[in-house]
Design a protein around this ligand. Structure first.
Ligand code: ADP
Ligand code: TYD
Length: 208
């Protein structure tokens, strides 16, 4: 089973991945969690290039191709081998992030994104994608609480992030079979319970 988590920064993805991983571990299931961009030696180096605050000249297309390169390496080196060994793989961001950020936010041609997303992942499609939806205002509020340093992507404008959040909702609407959209302002436990409910429903569906 391959489960991905999407949403803007600070929407609660890592929190929910940790909780779901603990849930599977308590059921004695084999599970790993990975994050994008990163997760392999090469992908972490690409991550450093992508998030470096000094790389202000980076073109949206360059950005997209680097995210895709990092993703290809992670998919081939970690995700696919673990799925083959019957692990549950939880991924913090996957190709929908590129569609939302570089496509809807950065205006890279959506057809190009779709095609390269498919090539970079060998068309490995997640079984379920949880979109944890919060507004940009809520993200900023959480950032202030955390005193978090911003990386290059997080320094983009509010209008960029509004396009990203709208983009995410469009992507989810066009792929209702795969996406579960969750209101990220609910409590951590409520979100966790909704996620576990969806995972259990998915299991029942594939058993039939
Ligand atoms: P992400 O991985 O999406 O960037 P995190 O899981 O790291 O998000 O959460 C970002 C911040 O928001 C953390 O301080 C976390 O404790 C807080 N947070 C996570 N989920 C919720 C929630 N449901 N309600 C309020 N705050 C939350
Ligand atoms: P990260 O610190 O991992 O953010 P988060 O903890 O919120 O996941 O940084 C990744 C940043 O890169 C984040 O701002 C989203 C952005 N991103 C893209 O713009 N496109 C992509 O394809 C991916 C995977 C991430």
């Amino acid at each position: 089973m391959f489960i991905t988590f999407e949403g803007i920064d600070l929407s609660g993805k890592s929190t929910q991945i940790r909780l779901l991983k603990e849930h599977f571990e308590s059921e004695k299931k084999k599970v790993i969690a990975v994050r994008e961009p990163g997760g392999t030696v090469i992908s972490e180096k690409i991550r450093d290039i992508l998030l470096d605050k000094e790389h202000l000249k980076m073109e949206d297309l360059t950005e997209f191709l680097l995210f895709s390169a990092s993703r290809q390496q992670l998919t081939k080196e970690i995700i696919l081998p673990h799925l083959k060994k019957n692990y549950i793989v939880l991924c913090d961001r996957y190709y929908d992030s590129s569609t939302a950020y570089q496509g809807y936010g950065g205006k890279v041609d959506l057809k190009v994104i779709k095609s390269i997303n498919k090539t970079a992942t060998g068309n490995l499609i997640p079984d379920i994608t949880f979109l944890i939806h919060i507004s940009i205002e809520e993200s900023i509020r959480r950032k202030k609480l955390m005193n978090k340093n911003e990386d290059r992507i997080e320094r983009k404008t509010i209008s960029y992030f509004n396009k990203v959040t709208d983009g995410y909702l469009k992507i989810a609407k066009n792929d209702k079979g795969r996406f579960v959209v969750i209101d990220g302002t609910m409590s951590k436990d409520e979100i966790r319970n909704r996620i576990i409910l969806s995972v259990n429903k998915f299991h029942q569906k594939i058993k039939k």
